[in-house]
Design a protein around this ligand. Structure first.
Ligand code: DX5
Ligand code: ZN
Length: 217
């Protein structure tokens, strides 16, 4: 299974977003992680489709849209039109998760399902045959720069074992508190898509990206 780094632009400098996207692209990051927050599902508010549409002009990498919003089915088409390649919804935020996943796929983009630290894998087992990716939150969603919660990696391990045993073609993404000190344990647990916000965009973006990619070899 291919390993990919997904820098989260939540921690980027939006005054120079074009340059920041170029830096992560040149360093070799294959994904760009885009965190949408509505001030309801999570306390904070970030950005939405106009920003995604504008970023789409400056990157050919995989735009990985993480919707931390209530009832995300209201906006799936909008994010697909704005240029998303993958749309991930939170299992906890969907009234009809199965139908919302079908809706994402009907837009011609990949579908992901995310779960918070306190949500068990059992809650998404029945949709695994229709999703392309599972996002295991390794912090409580809402802010960048938090510390990874160790027990979340037990869920990554549990899901990796399940996916391997059933020979499912699913990516496992981890998000929150991933940096040069924690990335090894996330990879070892079985994650193959690695989100990193502050660990990429605080300081030397190119050097940070390269250092994380080096650990993923
Ligand atoms: C948190 C977001 C993350 C965030 C990660 O709710 O989903 O994608 O940007 O930030 P770091 O890597 O700084 O923990
Ligand atoms: Zn995220």
């Amino acid at each position: 299974m291919e390993k990919c780094l997904a820098p989260s632009v939540l921690s980027a400098d939006f005054g120079i977003i074009k340059e920041q996207l170029e830096l992560i692209d040149k360093a070799g990051a294959k994904y760009v992680h885009f965190d949408v927050m509505d001030g309801m599902y999570v306390p904070s508010i970030s950005f939405g489709f106009p920003v995604l549409k504008s970023m789409r002009k400056y990157t050919n990498r995989v735009l990985d849209v993480h919707l931390m919003i209530v009832n995300p089915e209201r906006y799936i088409e909008k994010f697909a039109e704005a240029g998303a390649d993958i749309i991930t919804v939170h299992a906890e935020a969907c009234t009809h998760l199965d139908a919302t996943i079908d809706q994402i796929k009907s837009c011609g983009v990949k579908a992901g399902v995310a779960i918070n630290p306190a949500t068990p894998i059992a809650n998404i087992i029945h949709v695994l045959d229709k999703v392309d990716m599972v996002l295991i939150m390794t912090v409580n969603p809402g802010f960048g720069g938090q510390k990874l919660i160790p027990y979340t990696l037990d869920k990554v391990r549990e899901l990796r074992n399940f996916v391997n045993a059933k020979q499912l073609d699913i990516d496992i993404e981890v998000d929150g508190g991933i940096n040069k000190d924690t990335i090894d344990s996330a990879l070892e647990a079985g994650a193959n898509i690695i989100v990193a916000g502050s660990a990429v965009f605080e300081g030397d973006v190119k050097a940070n990206t390269e250092a994380l990619l080096e650990k993923m070899k």
